[in-house]
Design a binder for this molecule. Structure first.
Ligand code: ZN
Length: 477
């Protein structure tokens, strides 16, 4: 385990998120303490810490709110290289414009993009992120190809210091077979299955406190054959790893599934073995009532990406309905080509606003605490790690974010009549206000961000490297 240094953080408001579900998000402290040692949380409570471990670093959290580290449940890090393109396109046109560019990306470019993307996530309070990489051009096609892209991004995550759940994606349904992607960037079905198994055997760590866990992740119904979906599910269950894919993102996808498969995307997924407690699905914007019930009944989780859905004009996912039915929902910033520079902390607010806008649901759609639950506990449920991350309570991993809520934009909400936390609402300040400055970010007790600055990597060098990688790719409008 990395960074087993001990910490004592005191005098801060604390949202532990230790409750059992989104509408009972848990214990809060107005001025409390958190003690971390050996990579785990050892104490949380009101007032000052009773026991201070030898050599612990003490942090005065006055003016701050401590939350669990945020969890990002959907991303495509390589897309940092193609931000700002296809600005007026819906999903299928956007993909069609970008596939040929993505086909040329090599592992070195993926490394630069992943470093930039993960650094940005850390600076927005993320302690655990997933990534969905599905661009693996066939040998002999396109440019360098990116066959070892997963190794590149796992190396980047290790350098930035985030807990990382890369998804070995795949596509095998090219245009000539009725799919959307050009043939040259899809894999042979058996090769995709073998590469998925290889990624799990090389990188997946099932042990407690793991920094890297791999998921199996065919891309989408319109780029993957039913055989690859079915056999990936079987492989993932044999290997005991989680499963992830895109589902029901746009009306066009819904129409594609009804026309080619005679089913809704959710019905198609269930038929292929793709609903279950080991599955989390990105987007799920266009779900009917029956699908919401099936998700809840099967324990299927959803990665909700409100900014990306807005950028592509895809619609708003039925988050309120899913939560009421009992399904878990986490947050995802999604790939930067459809969600440029999205802050994960900002996505908590975006989720609240989007839920309230959907079908005129109004303020009852999501409370500030439910929105924070999505970014913490909901995300942990998506990644199958609710016993280790997403809440601040003894025994959980020492993954924590400490936010300044004493700024001009937050102070009036966060503080009470005497200028202290009593009577104020620091959680509302954090969720309803703009992204709060990040005072401290710990992953397994290791400092990743301090005083708003990334401690693990040089952000200027990361920006320079990713700019050079993009120039080499030639990815400009
Ligand atoms: Zn996506």
């Amino acid at each position: 385990m990395t960074g087993a240094g001990a910490w004592v953080i005191e005098n801060c408001a604390i949202a532990t998120m230790d409750g059992p579900r989104d509408d009972q998000s848990g214990t809060e402290h107005r001025s409390g303490h958190i003690v971390l040692a050996g990579g785990r949380i050892t104490a949380v409570g009101e007032g000052l810490a009773a026991d201070v471990p030898d050599g612990a670093r003490r942090v005065d959290g006055t003016g701050c709110l401590a939350t669990p580290g945020l969890i990002n449940t959907h991303h495509h890090l390589y897309q940092w290289l193609t931000q700002g393109q296809a600005q007026q396109s819906v999903l299928f046109d956007w993909l069609t414009e970008l596939y040929p560019v993505w086909a040329r990306i090599d592992a070195e470019q993926v490394h630069a993009a992943a470093t930039a993307g993960l650094a940005w996530l850390a600076l927005s309070g993320c302690t655990t992120s997933t990534d969905h990489h599905y661009i693996f051009p066939r040998a002999g096609h396109a440019g360098g190809g990116s066959s070892d892209a997963l190794a590149a991004e796992i190396d980047a995550a290790g350098r930035v210091g985030l807990r990382f759940h890369p998804c070995r994606g795949s596509m095998d349904l090219g245009r000539s077979a009725g799919g959307l992607p050009p043939d040259e960037i899809v894999e042979d079905t058996d090769a995709a299955l073998a590469a998925t198994e290889d990624a799990v055997r090389r990188f997946h760590d099932p042990s407690p406190g793991a920094m890297v866990r791999v998921a199996a992740a065919p891309c989408s119904p319109f780029s993957v054959s039913s055989r690859l979906m079915r056999e990936t599910a079987s492989l993932a269950r044999d290997l005991d790893v989680r499963m992830h894919t895109h589902l029901a993102e746009t009306r066009e996808e819904d129409a594609y599934c009804r026309q080619t498969m005679g089913r809704t995307p959710a019905e198609y997924a269930e038929e292929l073995g793709w609903l279950g407690e080991d599955v989390w699905l990105a987007h799920c914007v266009h779900l009917d009532e029956a699908a919401v019930k099936r998700f809840a009944a099967t324990g299927t989780s959803v990665a909700h990406c409100p900014s990306s859905n807005a950028r592509l004009g895809a619609g708003i996912a039925p988050v309120r309905q899913l939560l009421r039915a009992g399904a878990a929902v986490g947050l995802g910033v999604d790939g930067p080509a459809s969600s440029e520079g999205t802050s994960l902390a900002g996505e908590v607010r975006q989720a609240l606003l989007a839920a309230r806008l959907r079908d005129s649901c109004g303020p009852a759609a999501l409370t500030a605490r439910q929105a924070l639950w999505l970014g913490t506990r909901g995300g942990a449920r998506c990644l199958g790690r609710a016993d280790e991350i997403g809440a601040l309570r003894p025994g959980m991993l020492a993954d924590l974010a400490l936010w300044r809520v004493d700024t001009l934009a937050h102070d009036a909400i966060a503080t009470g009549p005497e200028g202290g936390p009593g009577g104020g609402d620091p959680v509302a300040a954090f969720v309803l206000g703009p992204p709060a400055p990040l005072e401290l970010l710990l992953v397994g007790g290791a400092p990743v961000v301090e005083g708003g600055e990334l401690r693990t990597a040089d952000v200027t060098a990361a920006a320079r490297d990713v700019r050079a990688a993009r120039q080499r790719l030639g990815a400009y409008r």
